[in-house]
Design a protein around this ligand. Sequence first.
Ligand code: SF4
Ligand code: F3S
Length: 104
Amino acid sequence: TYVVTDNCIKCKYTDCVEVCPVDCFYEGENMLVIHPDECIDCGVCEPECPAEAIRPDTEDGLDKWLKLNAEYAQTWPNLTAKRDPLPEAKDFDGQTDKLTKFFS
Ligand code: SF4
Ligand code: F3S
């Protein structure tokens, strides 16, 4: 599966949802997550994210993100069409440790 990570938080560009063939993105206030059981591992969303926030779970160190995606994909609503990025997206793009600072 692919996983949404740190840099999506407070950016939420949503280019990813436009290309996903199985519509497996789910939307929270500050970020999106991917439903790990629905993702078919096609990889097309990865290069579409301007914040480079989408990673394959074969990369090291993504355990906490995989857990977070799996958890919130159960309760957040499905998002299938692109919308405007968050207004502060450019300022927050590239900030570090967003999970502890901004995730709610
Ligand atoms: Fe959707 Fe493919 Fe990205 Fe999985 S890898 S979230 S199926 S676009
Ligand atoms: Fe987030 Fe990137 Fe999608 S910033 S909403 S994972 S395009």
